[in-house]
Ligand binder design. Sequence first.
Ligand code: UDP
Ligand code: MG
Length: 335
Amino acid sequence: MRTVTILIPCYNEEDSLPPLFERMNRLITSHLNDTIYSLLFVDDGSSDTTKKQIKKYSDSHPFADYIFLSRNFGKEKAMYAGICNVNTDALVIIDADLQDPPELIPNMIDLWKQGYDDVYARRRKRSGETVFKTLTSHWYYSLLQMISGIEIQEDTGDFRLLDRKCVDAMKELDESERNTKALFSWIGFKKIEFLYDRDPRVAGKSKWGITKLIRLAIDGITSFTTLPLHFATYLGILVSFSAIVYALVTLINTLSTGIKVPGYSSTLIVVLILGALQLLSLGIIGEYLGRIFTQTKNRPNYLIQEKELNNQINAGGNGSQSFNIKESSGKSVDI
Ligand code: UDP
Ligand code: MG
């Protein structure tokens, strides 16, 4: 029997949960032949009835576990909290809003049985999403891929199945600035993609505002490459060289033709461009410095307020052992 955990990060999903429970129930009860499913809800500090609903559901369904984080840590860390506590043979990550159809999970499991370690879903079309979001996301991934040198799967979300090997690898990556999607690429292993149509949200609205998305984009780049720092250096060299040439030309000009008053606008332009470049370079350095600052504090990535992990402790081969190791490594702290 293979054990599979379905990890569901939830943040204020009270309206999505009832249809989600229903579809999960249907999936789990109709595919019990050689797979044991369990659900792991990670509540990311919801302020609505999400926690209450999850608890009630877990009380009446033995296959449902949960972790309640102490506050909203963001989806990346909510997923990490779940990953750290999974001890089954495989893990499926799926959004709570039913944009990713749970009915596809058995197909993902079939691919996993064929020997793939990372079965990830690639969107065929994005219904319910604006042209702006689709375009900017396309550009962002091309840019990230180009400058980080890592192959990042475009049009994929976090909807994927990971073999135990990948889950263990992900547990090791405890960095504080997380871009989980890029980390999935980084760990490698045998990957396969399948195409699917991403549905619109079943209820509620997306938690990704434009500022959160920009933050995520900057995090993605700065956590995977130091190229922007080199960019600042090269730009500095180029501008310094041009400045020396320009200074020489001006000096020779002044010496040969005497001091002329005109030149106000060219001086101003040079001052402004240099000022802007200096601020840009400082900003880039600041972004990295900030990340070093956060990482050196070595704070846990998440804090657990309450949890029930009945399906995780003895699952898998040496499951309980690695469960204990994780608990004592200080990555998750119980209050
Ligand atoms: N989510 C979370 N913490 C957050 C924001 C979102 O756990 O701070 C969860 C959310 O409940 C959902 C998933 O992450 O299950 C994807 O969120 P959303 O649908 O808002 O993102 P989108 O699909 O628009 O990218
Ligand atoms: Mg969504």
